[in-house]
Write a protein that binds this ligand. Structure first.
Ligand code: CP
Ligand code: NVA
Length: 309
């Protein structure tokens, strides 16, 4: 994967997904055992943030340090990009200083454009459309709880048809999982992403179901997943969305329809009492916080594979 960008799981092969997960597992074991793994000694990652972050920022920065390199936090507001310097110029300048770049922004096309003009690997740290690093992390976490073979497992997502849903669709499709999403009417996932995920799922034996019926989605699921009802950039819609989404909460009653040993996952940050009840979040806290931890291990694998010599 040397020199490759990581913008969308759809653009990875199933083999590359496996490679990332296997290396993440190896690096996690090394880090826990205190074995040095300086695979990116002397390299620098730039991190452009045009939205807030806790997990992404800290895990990329610590990850680079553990790989023997360093990371630079670059706030979108402080860069000249915030004053109108074109993306294509910023990308070419950054390529002269850095060995890789991670970007969190609004418009997915901006990350595509950055990658087009940069000649260093570009990693998508979340856009309005996709959140691939989170979903690769989720696949590793599912392997830890449900076993190495992901094929045939059912993941049900209940809530907003947002960036998490799009990347989960792509991720599940690539590894042969069955993915079901239930949203209120009008909040379904992007139809183009859905169509591409359906094509990917045909190749691996997975499947994609889009419904407004939360019980149909959750039925016999091995994993139940949710995310915020109002994503970053949708703060003004929050109160209206709380009313529209109120029947789409992951709670004890809805979990009755999943398998008895179903995992619950959340990319975090969580809004207890909205998309997930306090009771369910705390009951599944081990899974949810392992998921958060695994951002570190998976992103180290992504950086080591794409930014290596
Ligand atoms: N899940 C996730 O990406 O968290 P942050 O927004 O805190 O980075
Ligand atoms: N859908 C959420 C994910 C946060 C990690 C957002 O975009 O705000």
């Amino acid at each position: 994967m040397k020199g490759k960008d990581l913008l969308s799981i759809h653009e990875l092969t199933s083999e590359e997904v496996k490679q990332i997960l296997n290396l993440a597992k190896e690096l996690k074991a090394k880090q826990k055992a205190g074995i040095e793994h300086h695979l990116l000694k002397g390299k620098t990652l730039g991190m452009i943030f045009q939205k807030s972050s806790t997990r992404t920022r800290v895990s990329f920065e610590v990850g680079m340090y553990q790989l023997g390199g360093s990371a630079l936090f670059l706030s979108g507001n402080d860069l000249q990009i915030g004053r109108g310097e074109p993306i294509k110029d910023t990308a070419r300048v950054m390529s002269r200083y850095l060995d890789g770049i991670m970007i969190r922004t609004f418009n997915h096309d901006d990350v595509e454009e950055f990658a087009k003009y940069a000649d260093i690997p570009v990693i998508n740290g979340l856009t309005d459309l996709l959140h691939p690093c989170q979903v690769l992390t989720d696949l590793l976490t599912i392997q830890e709880y449900k076993g190495q073979n992901l094929k045939g497992l059912k993941l049900a997502y209940v809530g907003d048809g947002n960036n998490m849903v799009h990347s989960l669709m792509y991720g599940c499709a690539k590894v042969g999982m069955h993915f079901a999403v239930a949203t209120p009417k009008g909040y379904e996932p992007n139809p183009e992403v859905t169509a591409k995920a359906i094509e990917d799922a045909k190749v691996t034996g997975g499947s994609i179901l889009v419904t407004n019926d939360r019980i149909e989605a959750v039925k016999d699921a091995d994993i139940v997943y949710t995310d915020v009802w109002a994503s970053m950039g949708q703060e003004a819609e929050h109160d209206a969305r709380v009313k529209i989404f109120q029947d789409y909460q992951i709670n004890t009653e809805l979990m009755q329809h999943a398998k008895a040993d179903a995992m619950v996952m959340h990319c975090l940050p969580a809004h207890r009492g909205e998309e997930i009840s306090e009771e369910i979040l705390e009951k599944h806290a081990d899974e949810i916080f392992d998921e958060a931890e695994n951002r570190l291990h998976v992103q180290k694998a992504i950086m080591a594979l794409t930014m290596c010599d």
